[in-house]
Each structure stands twice: as structure tokens, then as C-alpha cells.
Design a protein around this ligand. Sequence first.
Ligand code: ADP
Ligand code: MN
Ligand code: MN
Length: 339
Amino acid sequence: MSFKAEYIWIDGTEPTAKLRSKTKIITDAPAGLDSLPIWGFDGSSTNQAEGSSSDCVLRPVFSCPDPIRGGEDVLVLCEVLDTDLTPHPSNTRAALAEVAGRFAAQEPVFGIEQEYTFFQGARPLGFPEGGFPAAQGGYYCGVGSDEIFGREVVEAHLENCLKAGLGISGINAEVMPGQWEFQVGPLAPLEVSDQLWVARWLLYRTAEDFGVSATLDPKPVKGDWNGAGAHTNFSTKAMREGYEAIITACESLGEGSKPLDHVKNYGAGIDDRLTGLHETAPWNEYSYGVSDRGASVRIPWQVEKDGKGYIEDRRPNANVDPYVVTRLLVDTCCTALEK
Ligand code: ADP
Ligand code: MN
Ligand code: MN
């Protein structure tokens, strides 16, 4: 018998890395991560190596059923290594693995809200040729063909994520026509990040069959149209048990150089999206507040009421690297909570 394993990795495209994948035929039915061999690719075609020394190594880090091919075929997310088997400079997962391991006792957990926009040709779905649709207001969580564009793709993507066994927790139509969101989590830092990358790959791959492309561009239409973010919900065991830890986490994110350290790593083009308009806080001013969708970090009302729960960092762009945002949040908040 032969089986298909789709090896997926994150490339070295600047300033925002892209997903790449290729298929490996294997003769034994895939039996978990350890049964999947390391593999390689031409790094000179992905901005990860020079042509004269082009080999890069793919090491499987997460696998799941392939919902598109079905049967026993699998998707295999990989990290990229140099040929000496040390992490490649483009490999941001390795640094997260270290930080997540160091703070594992605090049991950090994330839920990431991935916003994105469908395009057909040069226009977002729902944008008429040579013009603009009705102003924003009715599209968010809307219903009806005058408000909703791309639902069939969204439903197919959701179904594929569920068949793959990913920890997807919901979907909704967003504020701009053609803009949508799915959420992954709550899960531990490496799990949420690996699964978000696979869910992104499934989004592009599912949309491909509909002749539609999906983009994580944080500001796909300039002007009075919402950008696309990746609100990152975060808690530790202490935060899930008491309010003092919630406040400690919020305060820690505002200390010294932390606001800038975070924001500059929250996705390319962050200042185009975090303008202070369209439910964002200005990129250069840190704030937090209960129920406040104009703050950098929101404490949901229910969390204040219950006196425990989680916080939402609203700053990350849709194109953020989840390995980076989860590492920064764990590092900053868990260091403060440890004191
Ligand atoms: P919003 O009101 O901001 O649109 P969503 O419902 O889209 O919120 O997303 C909330 C996210 O928070 C979900 O992904 C959910 O899994 C996650 N979440 C819930 N509880 C926790 C928690 N204790 N720690 C971290 N994330 C959590
Ligand atoms: Mn949401
Ligand atoms: Mn949100």
C-alpha cells in the first residue's frame, strides 16, 4: 500500500513567512509522529538558503488526518532545521519550545482568533467591480446574500478542521465584507501555534478548490474599513483561579520597554492597523481595561464578574507568527507571575 503525507513548513519570506508543502509517499500506514521520517527541501527556493548550500531539513512536529485526501493520509507540520539538525534561523518554534518548557508549571493556555479576508482577483469578496459595498455595520455576524460572501468556503474549512481533529472553537463573519474569523484553542502554547499553522494551511487549501484566495493581510483595504487581527486570549492557572493574577499579567505587559518589544513582533504592518480607530488602540500607547475594545488588552466583563479567567491581547495582526506571540506573552506574564 502507499499513503500520502503532506509535509507542511513555514518558509523564510520577509517580512511575513509563507506556508509551503509537498507530498511524500510512504509505504507503511502513518502511525503517529514518530513513524514519520525527517525529510528535506531546496531552501534556495524559499528564502532559507543559498543555492550553493541549499539543503534544509524538515522535522515533523505535529501530524493529523488529512481531511482533503481522506483515508489514512496525513498532514505533517514540520520545523525547519539546518543539516547539522540545529534550528534554522527562520525556525521560531524552537525558541517557543524552550520558553514554554521553562514555564510549563504555570500551565499557560491560549485561544487565538484568526481573522482573514477572501479575495477573488484584486478585490475582496463582496466588493463590486470598480467601487465599494455599503459601509460597514451589517456584515459582522450577518446573514443573507447581501451581507455574506464566502460562506460555502468557510463551512468547508470548518468541516476540514474538525475532520483533522484541530482544536477549532468557533467561526464568525467579521466587520468588513469578505472578512471572517476562526478561533483555535484554548490549548497550550506549542499546541495552539502548531494547530493554528495547520488551520491556516487548510484555509488556503480549501479556498483553492473554490477559486478564492485567503489573505492574512492586516489592512487589506485602506481607509474606513476594518483591518484583520489575531486577538490572543491568554491565561495561566493562577489567572484562571484569581483576579490578582489577571491584573499582574495586564500590568506586566505595560512595564518599561515591553509594549514596544511586543508590538514590533506582532506582525508586519502593525502601525497600519493599530491606528486607534476601528476597535484598536494606537500601537505606541499601552492600555488595558474591562470590556474595552479600544484598549491594547481587554479583560472580558465575565472575567471581572467571576474574579478569574483570561485576558485578550487585541494587538497582534492577522499575519502574526503564533510561535512568537505566545512566546512573548508567556515570557513577560509568567516572569511577572513567578515573583
Ligand atoms: P471575542 O469576544 O473577542 O470575539 P471569541 O469568542 O472570538 O472572543 O474568542 C475567545 C477565545 O478565548 C476562544 O478562542 C476561547 O477558546 C479562548 N479562551 C476561553 N477561555 C480561555 C482561557 N481561560 N484562556 C485562554 N483562552 C481562553
Ligand atoms: Mn472573536
Ligand atoms: Mn476578540
